[in-house]
Design a protein around this ligand. Structure first.
Ligand code: SDX
Length: 429
């Protein structure tokens, strides 16, 4: 017996179907609401609104559960490579040996970018924010591969676009870093792992051999996996909406990078470090900052705290916190702001304001501390988030296109002026 919800409007009873997901999540299907009642629903920030049915990622905010296609984030972070997880998110299952070898081989041979793109970087001012450069570069990839936008684009065209994006994003990210450092670009190599290649493009120099540090490579692999997807978050919802107009995947991902840049979203990892540095420069006293975070009249928020879905703990933060200790110890790095972060977490977790609102450290709270230890500059932190999130964006875009979802176009409640006649400039004075 299918479940329904009853809506009573002006004495009229309307039955609305209830959708039940594979994890028993419930939703009221309002897709026919306006055509049958003339009413719409209103939900700023879509806090109570589902935009799609997806088989990719499952979150349980109350119990801190995160699974990619049914596999727990804990097991994937511990046992998988980032390319295995990328394949899982995009194609639905973990690859077998042959599938992974093909995927890896194809991506390895698409890591170069057109030489013309160097001239784009030359046009950016030194010190340009890498996210601004990256979003522009990814959108401009579509101009080199027009088949990605063709209305008759084939499955092969889409597959090539997917592999090109996964292959070229690290190359372009590293070039953005080198542009700001005024250092020579390092070309990708075919004899390195995905993470190892990124590290040598970032930190390698043509004047010497670069040796990838295994601890750093393993930590980067884990961080990218932890960021790989997160159901309908702000940037993924952006990728879906842009893709729903049949815009190409490069443009959709470029829009996702722009959305991720915001400090309330992926930009939080940079904002956390800036906040901790400010607290340290201010003498390290936490009470003043906790009070500011609680003060409604103060725009200051505890960056890296709170989450739309997780109201007990973000399982990714738990894993990253342990990894931060391991990586700093293995690299012999003593970072005073890690101690401030841990102290801040303890103070906040024992404060009624944060407990009542379910505000706990999220994925961004500790990730910046590891990135610092890996030698990655603060303004590249959100770029690292984008590198991790790319397969999630691609998988969600692919699912949306394969489900032939309608163009994303929300309605509104108009609150402006009602009809009024034009008044000439003379009469307006
Ligand atoms: C990411 O959605 C995802 O999945 C995102 C992400 C992903 O993987 O894609 O997980 C990645 O974006 C993580 C979040 C990174 N952002 C930050 O760390 C920025 C700081 N956090 C917040 O701005 C906030 O918590 C959000 C944006 C994360 C969530 O905001 P919501 O769900 O809209 O909640 P809200 O703003 O309505 O806050 C509810 C209450 C409010 O107080 P009241 O009005 O009820 O009195 O909690 C307060 C807020 O003022 N609050 C905070 C706070 N976060 C929420 N107060 C102080 N400090 C904070 N960080």
């Amino acid at each position: 017996m299918s479940e329904t919800a009853k809506l009573i409007l002006h004495g009229q009873e309307i039955d609305l179907p209830v959708i039940t997901g594979s994890e028993n999540e419930k939703a009221i299907d309002i897709s026919k609401l306006r055509s049958t009642t003339g009413y719409i629903t209103l939900d700023p920030g879509f806090k109570n609104t589902g935009s799609t049915q997806s088989a990719i990622t499952y979150l349980d905010g109350e119990n801190g559960i995160l699974r990619y296609r049914g596999y727990s984030i804990e097991e994937l972070a511990e046992n998988a490579t980032f390319l295995e997880v990328a394949y899982l998110l995009i194609y639905g299952d973990l690859p077998n040996t042959e599938e992974l070898a093909y995927f890896d081989e194809s991506i390895t041979h698409h890591t170069l970018v057109h030489e013309n793109m160097k001239r784009f970087f030359d046009a950016f001012p030194q010190g340009a924010h890498p996210m601004g450069m990256l979003s522009s570069m990814i959108a401009s990839l579509s101009t080199f591969y027009p088949e990605s936008q063709a209305s008759n684009r084939s499955v092969t065209d889409i597959e090539k676009t997917i592999h090109r994006l996964i292959a070229k994003l690290p190359t372009l990210a590293a070039q953005a870093y080198k542009h700001n450092k005024g250092l020579p670009v390092m070309y990708p190599r075919n004899d390195q792992s995905y993470c190892g290649n990124f590290l040598q493009m970032m930190f390698g120099l043509p004047t010497e051999d670069y040796e990838v540090n295994e601890v750093v490579e393993r930590a980067l692999n884990k961080l990218l996996i932890l960021h790989a997807d997160h159901e309908q978050n702000c940037s993924t919802a952006t990728v879906r909406v842009v893709g729903s107009s049949q815009a190409n995947l490069y443009s959709s991902v470029s829009a996702g990078i722009a959305a991720l840049w915001g400090p309330l979203h992926g930009g939080a990892n940079q904002a956390v470090i800036e906040m901790l540095e400010t607290i340290r420069r201010d003498g390290g006293g936490l009470e003043k900052w906790i009070d500011k975070a609680k003060d409604k009249n103060d725009s200051f928020r505890l960056m890296g705290f709170g989450h739309r879905v997780y109201k007990n703990f973000d399982p990714r933060a738990t894993i990253i916190k342990v990894a931060a200790d391991e990586v700093l110890e293995a690299l012999g790095v003593n970072d005073p702001i890690l101690d401030i972060a841990k102290e801040l977490e303890q103070v906040a977790l024992n404060d009624e304001y944060f407990i009542q609102r379910g505000l706990y450290p999220n994925v961004d709270f500790y990730s910046g501390i590891i990135y610092r230890a890996l030698g990655i500059p603060t303004d590249m932190f959100t770029v690292m988030f984008a590198l991790g999130r790319l397969p999630g964006w691609i998988g969600q875009w692919k699912e949306m296109t394969e489900q032939s979802e309608p163009i994303g176009r929300p309605r509104q409640v108009y609150t402006g002026s009602t009809s009024r006649p034009y008044v000439s400039l003379t009469e307006r004075g």
